[in-house]
Ligand binder design. Structure first.
Ligand SMILES: Cc1ncc(C[n+]2csc(CCOP(=O)(O)OP(=O)(O)O)c2C)c(N)n1
Ligand SMILES: [Mg+2]
Length: 1020
C-alpha cells in the first residue's frame, strides 16, 4: 500500500488502487510505502509521513491543490481528476498523458493533447520517481557531499548506499532517456526557483549543487514541516549565497588573523603547548559570523564554552582579549598575584564588552573558564546563559544566547553532551537555542574516529533534539560563513539548537610537542601536502580579482605588526592577575581589589511577624477555587498548627529561609529531580489543582508584590547536566540563592566532575566565587547500600583546611574568617532552625562559598527534630556546634564522656542515653558545621568537661562518614592530650547493609560502645 493508493482511492468510483497495485509490483523500491491518511500541512508534525524518508505526497498534493483550484495543476491532471470525480469507470478516467517531452516547451505543447489515449500510470510513476529522487538528496545528499578537505573521509556509509546522481536514475525506475524530460516540482523543494517544472537533468544538477558540494545538510529527521521547508529554502534556492567583494575581504582578513596568530605563537614559543588551531583556521571566521549575524538579530550577550583547541585564538580574535595578556602567559617567570592555584592559559575564562564592528552594536562576550574535562562546561554555560536571560527579562532568548564549541571525539564520546541537549527544550532550563560548532579534525589525540564512535558522524547525538546539522568543508571559508549565517538565523527564527560540523584536520600533533606520525602515518602524509586554507582562499580571491596580492600581503604584515608590538608590551607584564580572566564579574559585590567588602556576620534571624506571615503562606492555598489533594490539606493544616505553636519542622525551616530571602528581593531557584514536591513528599512547593489538568500554584510566589520570583523546577534525570547548569546559574549573580537537590545524596557521584572540577576548586583556579547549595539527602535508615550515604567523606576530604594547624584567627573573627578562607562549607544539620540560618547566611554574608548540606530523611518527620521560633528571632545565628544543654552541662565535672557527633545519629544517641539514664555522665555535642571545622567551639566544649574521655560517634562505616576528617582536627584542638575514641560501624566496602536486622544490630552495637564507659579501657 502507498500514498498514491490512499489518494486515488478517494477518487471514487475509480479503482485506482488496482492500478497502483500493479505499479507497485513493478517498482517496489520506489513506491513500497505504508498506508497513511491524507495529510494536510496543518496535520500534526509528528504524523508527518516523510519521517520514514521515502514516502511521497506528490499526487496527494496535486489532488488537494486541484480541489482548491483546478487550474493550479497540469491540464492532464485536471482532466484525470475531473473524470475520476465524475465517476468514470475504472481505467477511463485517464486521458491522454502529456508526452514527457524534452523541454518545457514540449510540456506546454502537450497540454493541447489532453483528450488523447491515457497513460497516466506512467506519468504518475515518473513524477513519483522524480520526487523520490529529490527526497533522496534531501535525506542523504550529505553522504555524497565533499566535506573532507583531506579527501580521506572517515564517515562510513557502506551500509547505506546513496542512489543519487545521473548514473543512478535507474534505481528510481527512470532511465537515461528521461533525463531531458520535464517534471513538475513538488512543493517540498525550492530548486526550481521561479520555475515550477524542470528537466530531470537540471533537477539532478541543482540537487547536486545544493546537497553534494562543500555543505552537507542533515535535517530530514526534524519532525516539523515548517522547519524542514525553511532549511530546504536556505540550501536549495538556485544561485546560492552571493558574497560581495567586501564580505570576501572581511572573510580573508579574519582568516589571516586566525592563521597568523598561530604562526606567531609557533615562531615565538615553538616548544610550548597551546593546542593550536592549524587545520581548522576557519573556526575564527565561523564564530565571528555567528556573532555578527546574531548581533544583527538583536543578541547583545553571547556566553561561550569551548575546549582547548584554538582557545587562545578565540580569546585573541573573537573575544578580543588584549594580545599582551595572552603572550605574557607564555613567560615562565610571570608571578601569580592572586591566591589559589590559578590555571593553565588554555583553561581560563574571559569577559569583554565591546562594539561589534559589523553591526555597530554593543555586544558582551564571555568565555566560561573550564577544566580539562571535555564538554563538562556545556551545562555550566547553559546555566549562566539562562541566568543572564532571566535577570534581563529576556524570556525568549532574543538578547542573550550561548555558543558551544566541541571537539569531534569529545562530542561523540562524552555523555554530558547528550545530557545537556536534553535540557535544551525544558521550560526552566532552555536557553532558547544554542549554536554548537564542532571543530571536527577527524581525530581525538591519537585515536581515529573508527575507534572513537559507533555513529557515522560525531554529531549524531544532536539528532535527538531535532537540531539540524550543517556539515561543512572547513577549507571552503565561504561555505563555512554561509552555514554559520544560516545557523545563527535558525536560532533567531526557531530558538532551537543547531550544529555546525566544521570538517577539518589537525596539522600538528595533539599538541605542539606531539608526533602524529607514530599513529596516523598516512593521514599525516596527506596533511603535510595540504595547502593551508588561508593560502588557498587568498589565491582564489586574487585570481578572481576580489583582492590584489599586494593588499593580501599588506593585511598579513599589518596583523604581524600588531602581534609584534603586543609581544613587546607583554614583556612589561611581570605579574599575572587571574582576576583579569574572570568570566563572570560581579560589579559592586567586591572591593576594587577583589576582596569581600566586610567581615560582618549579621544575624540571620527574622521577626516574629515575618515568621508568622511566611508560615501562613506555607500552610494555605493563596488562590481561589483551587482544590488540593486531601492528604495535602492535612499537611497544610498541621503546618498551620505548628505555626500557631511557634514551631517549625524541616520543611517549614526551609520555607522560612526561602520565603524571607524572596521578600528581601533575593531570587531563589531550587532545581533537581522531583524537588517541587520533594522526594520524601515533605516540601509541596507546587500545588496541583485536583480538578483542572496542569493547573498549579506556587504559594511562595504569592507572598509580597515586591518579592523576588521563586523558581522551583523538577529537572531532567541528569545529575551531571543539572548540577552543572545550576552552578552556571549561580555564577551569573551573587544575589540569588541557587540550590540543587539530589534525589538521594549518593546520586551526586554521577555529577562528580562538576563537584571535583568546578565547585571544589573553582575559586582557587579561577578566582571566581560561587554560592551554589547542594542538598544531599543522607542517612542510614536500613534502606540498603544505595540511597543511604551521600558520601560525606569525599566532600570532607576535599576541604582545604589543615587538620594539623589550629587556625591563628582572632576569636571575634574566627567564624567569618574561616568561611572566607575555605573552598566550601560542609554541614550536617540536626534541626530546622539551623537549616534556616545556614541558608540565609549563604546570602546575607558578604562573600559566596559553595555549601554542601547533608539533609535528613527520617528527621523530616521526627517529632524531636523541630525548632522553636525563639531559635530564629533577630539576634540568632547559625550554630556551628550545638553544645550539650541537658543535666550534663550543669555539672560538667561529673561528666565521664563527651560524645561528639553530627546529624541524625544525635537523636539515636539521645534516646539511648535516656534509656540508660546516663544524662549526668555523658554529654553529647553536635558538630553542625563540619567544615570549616569549628576548632574554637570544640575547644571550649572539651575544656568544659575536663574529666571526660572523648568519643566520636557516627552511624556511617569507619572508613566513611566524618571520622577521618574530624579525628585529626579534634586532636589538634586538644593539643593531642587525649585520644579520640571511635564508636560507629566498622570499615566496609558498601555504604550500608541491605539486611534490616543486620542494620539494627550494628546500630545497637555502636550505641553500646558509645555509652559503655569501659569500652576503651583496654586500649588506653
Ligand atoms: C573527559 C576527558 N577525558 C579525557 C581527556 C584527555 N583528552 C584531552 S584532549 C583529548 C582528545 C580530544 O579529541 P577531540 O574532542 O576530537 O578534540 P581535538 O583535540 O581533536 O580538538 C583527550 C582524550 C579530557 N581532556 N577530558
Ligand atoms: Mg578531534
Amino acid at each position: 500500500m502507498h500514498r498514491l493508493r490512499t489518494c486515488a482511492s478517494r477518487l471514487r468510483p475509480l479503482t485506482a488502487s488496482q492500478t497502483v497495485q500493479s505499479l507497485s509490483q513493478q517498482r517496489p523500491a520506489v513506491i513500497n510505502r505504508t498506508l497513511q491518511p491524507i495529510r494536510r500541512y496543518t496535520a500534526p508534525v509528528a504524523a508527518e509521513p516523510f519521517l520514514n524518508g521515502t514516502s511521497s505526497n506528490y499526487v496527494e498534493e496535486m489532488y488537494l491543490a486541484w480541489l482548491e483550484d483546478p487550474k493550479s495543476v497540469h491540464k492532464s491532471w485536471d482532466v484525470f481528476f475531473r473524470n475520476a470525480n465524475a465517476g468514470a469507470p475504472p481505467g477511463t478516467a485517464h486521458q491522454s498523458p502529456p508526452p514527457l517531452g524534452t523541454s518545457l516547451a514540449s510540456l506546454t505543447q502537450a497540454q493541447s493533447l489532453v483528450g488523447a489515449q491515457p497513460n497516466v500510470e506512467k506519468l504518475v510513476e515518473d513524477h513519483l520517481a522524480v520526487q523520490s529522487l529529490i527526497r533522496a538528496y534531501q535525506v542523504m545528499g550529505h553522504h555524497n557531499a565533499q566535506l573532507d578537505p583531506l579527501g580521506i573521509s572517515c564517515v562510513n556509509f557502506d551500509d547505506a548506499p546513496v542512489n543519487t546522481g545521473f548514473q543512478h536514475v535507474g534505481f528510481y525506475g527512470l532511465d537515461e532517456s528521461d533525463l531531458d524530460k520535464v517534471f513538475r516540482l513538488p512543493t517540498t523543494t525550492f530548486i526550481g526557483g521561479e520555475e515550477s517544472a524542470l528537466p530531470l537533468r537540471e533537477i539532478i544538477r541543482r540537487l547536486e549543487m545544493a546537497y553534494c558540494q562543500h555543505i552537507g545538510v542533515e535535517f530530514m529527521f526534524i519532525n516539523d514541516l515548517d522547519q524542514c521547508q525553511w532549511i530546504r529554502e536556505k540550501f536549495e534556492r538556485p544561485g546560492g549565497r552571493h558574497f560581495t567583494i567586501e564580505e570576501k575581504r572581511t572573510l580573508l582578513a579574519r582568516m589571516i588573523r586566525s592563521t597568523r596568530f598561530e604562526e606567531f605563537l609557533q615562531r615565538k614559543w615553538s616548544s610550548e603547548k597551546r593546542f593550536g588551531l592549524e587545520g581548522c583556521e576557519s573556526l575564527i571566521p565561523a564564530l565571528k559570523t555567528i556573532i555578527d549575524k546574531s548581533s544583527e538579530n538583536g543578541v547583545e550577550n553571547v556566553i561561550m564554552g569551548m575546549p582547548h583547541r584554538g582557545r587562545l585564538n578565540v580569546l585573541a580574535n573573537v573575544i578580543r582579549k588584549e594580545l599582551e595578556q595572552i603572550f605574557c602567559q607564555f613567560d615562565s617567570k610571570l608571578e601569580a598575584a592572586d591566591e589559589g592555584s590559578g590555571d593553565v592559559k588554555y583553561h581560563l575564562g574571559m569577559y569583554h564588552r565591546r562594539i561589534n564592528r559589523v553591526t555597530d552594536r554593543n555586544i558582551t562576550l564571555s568565555l566560561v573558564a573550564n577544566p580539562s574535562h571535555l564538554e563538562a562546561v556545556n551545562p555550566v554555560v547553559q546555566g549562566k546563559c539562562k541566568a543572564e536571560q532571566f535577570y534581563c527579562g529576556d524570556t525568549d532568548g532574543k538578547r542573550v544566547m550561548s555558543v558551544l564549541l566541541h571537539g569531534d571525539a569529545a562530542f561523540a564520546g562524552q555523555g554530558i553532551v547528550y545530557e545537556t541537549f536534553h535540557l535544551s527544550d525544558l521550560p526552566s532550563y532552555t536557553t532558547h537555542g544554542t549554536v554548537h560548532v564542532v571543530a571536527n579534525n577527524q581525530i581525538g589525540f591519537t585515536t581515529d574516529p573508527r575507534m572513537a564512535r559507533s555513529s557515522p558522524y560525531p554529531t549524531d547525538v544532536a539528532r535527538v533534539v531535532n537540531a539540524p546539522i550543517f556539515h561543512v568543508n572547513a577549507d571552503d571559508p565561504e561555505a563555512v560563513a554561509y552555514v554559520c549565517e544560516v545557523a545563527a538565523e535558525w536560532r533567531a527564527t526557531f530558538h532551537k539548537d543547531v550544529v555546525v560540523d566544521l570538517v577539518c584536520y589537525r596539522r600538528n600533533g595533539h599538541n605542539e610537542m606531539d608526533e602524529p606520525m607514530f599513529t596516523q602515518p598516512l593521514m599525516y602524509k596527506t596533511i603535510k601536502k595540504q595547502k593551508g586554507v588561508m593560502l588557498k582562499y587568498a589565491e582564489k580571491l586574487i585570481e578572481e580579482g576580489s583582492v590584489t596580492r599586494q593588499e593580501y600581503e599588506e593585511e598579513i604584515a599589518k596583523y604581524d605588526k600588531i602581534c609584534e608590538e603586543a609581544h613587546a608590551r607583554s614583556k612589561d607584564e611581570k605579574i599575572l592577575h587571574i582576576k583579569h580572566w574572570l568570566d563572570s564579574p560581579w560589579p559592586g559585590f567586591f572591593t576594587l581589589d577583589g576582596q569581600s567588602k566586610s567581615m560582618s556576620a549579621p544575624s540571620t534571624g527574622l521577626t516574629e511577624e515575618e515568621l508568622s506571615h511566611i508560615g501562613q503562606v506555607a500552610s494555605s492555598v493563596p488562590v481561589e477555587d483551587f482544590t488540593i489533594h486531601g492528604g495535602l490539606s492535612r499537611v497544610l493544616k498541621s503546618r498551620g498548627e505548628m505555626i500557631r505553636n511557634r514551631t517549625v519542622d524541616w520543611a517549614l525551616g526551609e520555607y522560612m529561609a526561602f520565603g524571607s530571602l524572596l521578600k528581601e528581593g533575593i531570587h531563589v531557584r531550587l532545581s533537581g529531580q522531583d524537588v517541587e514536591r520533594g522526594t520524601f513528599s515533605h516540601r509541596h512547593h507546587v500545588l496541583h489543582d485536583q480538578n483542572v489538568d496542569k493547573r498549579t500554584c506556587i504559594p511562595m510566589n504569592h507572598m509580597d508584590p515586591n518579592q523576588a520570583p521563586y523558581t522551583v523546577c523538577n529537572s531532567s534525570l541528569s545529575e551531571y547536566g543539572v548540577l552543572g547548569f545550576e552552578l552556571g546559574f549561580a555564577m551569573a549573580s551573587p544575589n540569588a540563592l541557587v540550590l540543587w537537590e539530589a534525589q538521594f545524596g549518593d546520586f551526586h557521584n554521577t555529577a562528580q566532575c562538576i563537584i571535583d572540577q568546578f565547585i571544589c576548586p573553582g575559586q582557587a583556579k579561577w578566582v571566581r566565587q560561587n554560592g551554589i547549595v547542594l542538598l544531599l539527602p543522607h542517612g542510614m535508615e536500613g534502606m540498603g547500600p544505595e540511597h543511604s550515604s551521600a558520601r560525606p567523606e569525599r566532600f570532607l576530604q576535599m576541604c582545604n583546611d589543615d587538620p594539623d594547624v589550629y587556625p591563628k584567627i582572632k576569636p571575634e573573627d574566627f567564624a567569618v574568617q574561616q568561611l572566607i578562607d575555605c573552598n566550601w562549607i560542609v554541614v550536617n544539620i540536626s534541626n530546622p532552625a539551623n537549616l534556616f540560618h545556614v541558608l540565609r547566611r549563604q546570602i546575607l554574608y558578604p562573600f559566596r562559598k559553595p555549601l554542601i548540606i547533608f539533609t535528613p530523611k527520617s528527621l523530616l518527620r521526627h517529632p524531636e527534630a523541630k525548632s522553636n521560633f525563639d531559635e530564629m528571632l533577630p539576634g540568632t545565628h547559625f550554630q556551628r556546634l550545638i553544645s550539650e544543654a541537658g543535666p550534663a552541662a550543669d555539672n560538667p565535672a561529673d561528666v565521664k564522656r563527651i560524645v561528639f557527633c553530627t546529624g541524625k545519629v544525635y537523636y539515636e544517641l539521645n534516646r539511648e542515653r535516656k534509656t540508660r539514664g546516663m544524662e549526668n555522665t555523658v554529654a553529647i555535642s553536635r558538630i553542625e558545621q563540619l567544615s570549616p571545622f569549628p576548632f574554637d567551639l570544640v575547644k571550649s566544649e572539651t575544656e568544659k568537661y575536663p574529666n571526660a574521655d572523648i568519643v566520636w560517634c557516627q552511624e556511617e562505616h569507619k572508613n566513611q562518614g566524618y571520622y577521618d576528617y574530624v579525628k585529626p582536627r579534634m586532636r589538634t584542638t586538644i593539643a593531642r592530650i587525649k585520644p579520640v575514641w571511635y564508636a560507629g560501624r566498622g570499615s566496609a566496602a558498601a555504604p550500608a547493609t541491605g539486611n534490616k536486622k543486620a542494620h539494627l544490630l550494628e546500630l545497637s552495637r555502636f550505641l553500646n560502645t558509645a555509652f559503655d564507659l569501659d569500652a576503651f579501657k583496654e586500649h588506653e
